[in-house]
Design a protein around this ligand. Structure first.
Ligand code: SAM
Length: 283
């Protein structure tokens, strides 16, 4: 039996800024400044070395840059940009997908989507029981400790995510589910050894059916596979397909599950565009 790779290290989530994205987000409400910045970058043929990440000094300069953009201070912007280049560590677009996820693990200051994630977590915790496997867990667990749950095992292919996982004492396993797509089994998990499996990123998998079939193998009789997604959300540079509850349900059925689709209209907030669904597969 293959031994899993355990991640025991714990790391802080530091606010490192994704410059290209943060300029856009920060100027979101300031249409004039946003347009000015767009024209300015075109005219000077300046583009951020794609989306780059800065340390503390870089952040200071970044805030100066934002202020200069808001004031439409062309000379100020021209002075700051070359200094910022020094702090560009990597050209984001050149990274492999696992490295992009690693950046996302440390990048989000103040938890994008924070309050909604709390509601999602409370709901999913109420749906789970027994021994639970939280796959594609990221740093933000959707399973709280609860009386119905005996254990949560976390799994992700990104070490940086697992190091920042919200429950550092849980067992954390580093594993790429694309291995399952290629025909492998997670044979460090015995048949029927979980009562619940959660999967928070099935749209990032190249194929879902083999992975759902493997989830079914490790679930006990009547065990549940839970997938909760929004039809609109997903990182455009990483996603393989947008979530479609019917198509997800079809892949689950083909993997041998009985399936229920539950729309979750109460999860929608004013700034969230798509609808949320829980697709639940019962073994
Ligand atoms: C949408 S995020 C996690 C969701 C998280 N609970 C949240 O707050 O939204 C998707 C996660 O899937 C992981 N992931 C992507 N591809 C994977 C793969 N092939 N195998 C395992 N994990 C993967 C990423 O590292 C990332 O942590």
């Amino acid at each position: 039996m293959e031994r899993p790779i355990y991640v025991t290290e714990v790391a802080e989530r530091e606010p490192k800024y994704n410059a290209g994205l943060m300029v856009t987000l920060d100027l979101w409400h300031d249409k004039g400044a946003s347009e000015w910045w767009k024209q300015f970058s075109k005219k000077t043929s300046f583009t951020f070395k794609s989306r780059c990440f800065f340390g503390k000094e870089g952040e200071r300069l970044f805030h100066q840059l934002q202020e200069a953009i808001k004031k439409r201070d062309a000379e100020g912007v021209r002075n700051i940009l070359p200094k910022m280049n020094i702090y560009c560590q990597t050209n984001y677009e050149d990274l492999k997908s696992i490295q992009k996820w690693a950046h996302k693990a440390i990048q989000m200051p103040g938890d994008i989507g924070g309050p909604r994630k709390k509601e999602v977590r409370e709901f999913l915790t109420s749906q789970a029981s027994g021994r639970v496997l939280e796959t594609m867990c990221g740093f933000n667990s959707y399973f709280d400790d609860s009386l119905n749950i005996t254990e949560v095992v976390a799994l992700d292919f990104c070490k940086e995510m697992l190091e920042r996982y919200a429950y550092p004492k849980r067992i954390k396993i580093l594993y790429d589910l694309e291995q399952v797509v290629k025909g492998k089994q997670m044979n460090f998990f015995a048949d029927g050894s979980f009562q619940t499996v959660g999967c928070w990123g099935s749209n990032y998998l190249s194929r879902q059916k083999p992975v759902f079939t493997e989830f079914r193998r490790i679930l006990s009789e009547s065990g549940k596979l839970l997938i909760l997604e929004n039809i609109f959300e997903g990182y455009s540079d990483l996603i393989k397909r947008h979530f479609n509850p019917e198509k997800c349900a079809k892949s689950m059925r083909e993997s041998g599950f009985d399936v229920k689709i539950q729309p979750l209209p109460w999860l929608k907030s004013t700034w969230v565009l798509g609808d949320y669904y829980l697709v639940q597969g019962i073994k």
